[in-house]
Ligand binder design. Structure first.
Ligand code: ZN
Ligand code: FE
Length: 239
């Protein structure tokens, strides 16, 4: 299984998960169709599934065009069935999906939106977190409550530390400024920031990250209670 990161729009990441044994693939959060089509054609991939973490346009924008072109199925959270364009298969919380060599579990992580989900490919230990968790940040709370987001992040914290985290936006450098501002003695963060800058300077993406790094450096995973989380999330909105 191989993950291809596809940069979309200004700062979005879509991901193609390719099963190299049968050349079948899923795409996660296709913001737009064109960059996905290019890779599918180039690599002669057989695109079978579209997985959406949530209904925002920058995550589902390519659904209909891709579905039409490749006849693939759209998978999304059952509660979002009226919001996700072209949805065919309704996923439930903690449900395991298994087909065409792909195996993943869906987890409901409300906060950014009420129907946000993340996908865990347990055999490879890959976690696609959409706009719930970013490297050194977390999603803005649009539809849910602070408590929901705090609980959703707590769920992610319980995955194994070597979990690879594929997130929805390249916000890492901006996020790092907020983290260091409020956590200025964090030695591991001080080591991580120059590595982020180095990648960006070389036109590389900062995705994926891993859970251990995030537990050490991401201030939203480090705060201990709902109160401090809510305060930080509010501060970040105006940072
Ligand atoms: Zn979003
Ligand atoms: Fe987004």
């Amino acid at each position: 299984m191989k993950v291809i990161t596809v940069k979309c729009l200004n700062d979005n990441f879509s991901y193609i998960v390719l099963n190299e044994e049968n050349n079948y693939a899923c795409v996660i959060d296709p913001s737009e169709a064109k960059p996905i089509i290019n890779i599918v054609k180039q690599e002669k991939i057989n695109l079978k599934y579209i997985l959406n973490t949530h209904h925002h346009h920058d995550h589902v924008g390519g659904n209909l065009e891709l579905k039409k072109m490749f006849d693939c199925k759209v998978l999304g959270f059952i509660n979002d069935k009226n919001n996700i364009p072209g949805i065919d298969i309704f996923l439930k919380d903690k449900e395991q999906f298994q087909n065409k060599g792909f195996e993943f579990t869906t987890y409901h992580t409300p906060g950014h939106t009420l129907g946000h989900v993340i996908f865990h490919f347990h055999n490879q230990n890959l976690l696609f977190t959409g706009d719930t968790l970013f490297s050194l940040g977390c999603g803005r709370i649009f539809e849910g409550s602070y408590n929901q987001m705090f609980e959703s992040l707590r769920l992610i914290k319980n995955f194994s530390q070597d979990t690879l985290i594929y997130f929805g936006h390249e916000y890492t450098f901006q996020n790092s400024k907020f983290c260091i501002y409020h956590d200025s003695n964090n030695k591991k963060l001080k080591v991580k920031i120059p590595k982020i800058l180095e990648k960006l300077k070389n036109n590389l993406s900062t995705t994926p990250t891993n859970l251990k790094d995030e537990l050490d450096c991401n201030i939203f995973l480090r705060c201990k209670d709902l109160n401090s989380f809510s305060k930080l999330r509010e501060l970040k909105d105006n940072f």
